[in-house]
Design a protein around this ligand. Structure first.
Ligand code: SAM
Length: 251
């Protein structure tokens, strides 16, 4: 079926299919489509999280482990810490496989610093209450059917004092940049998906899902409604709002 205007009850199955399709090409496509900017955003995301030694992180929709790898590298490089731990959590076994393969070539392989878990962000049933220091979700939450359930689960598993952080595509306010970005995303990205990964539909879906996701302020309100305390407006725009970092504390 086409990926446009999918009814709610079919979204999860469709998202699974999209990421099963793109898994092996995922990392290279990120670089191609963002011109490498996603790396800068992710680096900034981890610096903003500023994990302290021994931090236990749950990285939801962790995919191929990009955030997890940066997190462990940051802990090692900044604090000489090798006691930080991350669980890469994702609904899609294909994405997790690419992640495992990637970690198998690093010093973190076979250590307790990294583990992988398959499941739905809307139901973290195997993760007990109040057990995580930090929860991250990067470019994942817009793929979830019930964002409110995702936020509630994030709040449940965090320890008091724990931090929720989300990196996601967002809304560009500046009308000139917004116009250019629309052309890029509606025309260029699906065409690149076709050329590099021979899969126009999956990339078309990715663009549509960005457009449908709530704007910065609305999403910040949802985070507060889930019980988090936010500082200031609760988010930071990156690259004119092409992406944004939202953050909240469980107090
Ligand atoms: N966080 C990684 C990154 O920034 O490179 C991967 C982002 S990728 C665009 C989105 C990921 O979300 C995919 O791996 C997909 O399988 C996962 N995903 C989609 N829906 C999910 C859900 N309901 N629960 C958990 N993961 C989900």
């Amino acid at each position: 079926f086409g990926f446009k205007n999918v009814p709610e009850h079919m979204k999860e199955a469709m998202v699974r299919q999209v990421f099963a399709n793109v898994a092996t090409k995922y990392d290279i496509m990120n670089d191609v489509m963002s011109g490498g900017i996603h790396r800068l955003w992710k680096d900034h995301f981890i610096r903003t999280l500023a994990p302290t030694p021994g931090t236990k992180l749950l990285d939801v929709a962790g995919g191929t482990g990009d955030i997890a790898m940066r997190f462990l590298d940051y802990c090692k490089d900044t604090h000489g810490d090798n006691s930080a731990q991350v669980t890469v959590f994702d609904i899609n076994p294909n994405m997790l496989e690419v992640g495992k393969e990637r970690f198998s070539k690093t010093q973190y392989h076979s250590t307790s610093q990294v583990s992988f878990m398959e499941g739905n962000a809307e139901n973290l049933e195997h993760i007990p209450d109040n057990t995580m220091d930090a929860y991250t979700i990067a470019f994942g939450i817009r793929n979830c059917t019930h964002v409110d359930r995702v936020l509630k689960e994030a709040h449940r598993v965090l320890k008091p004092g724990g931090r929720f952080m989300c990196l996601e595509f967002s809304k560009v306010e500046n009308p000139v940049i917004s116009k250019a970005y629309d052309i890029f995303s509606f025309d260029v990205i699906p065409a690149m998906g076709q050329m590099v990964a021979n899969d126009r539909d999956s990339y078309q879906y990715l663009v549509e899902s960005i457009r449908k996701f709530p704007p910065q302020k609305e999403f910040a309100t949802m985070i507060k409604q889930a019980g988090f305390t936010v500082m200031g407006q609760g988010y930071e725009d990156l690259t004119f709002g092409v992406a944004a970092i939202h953050s909240g504390w469980k107090l």
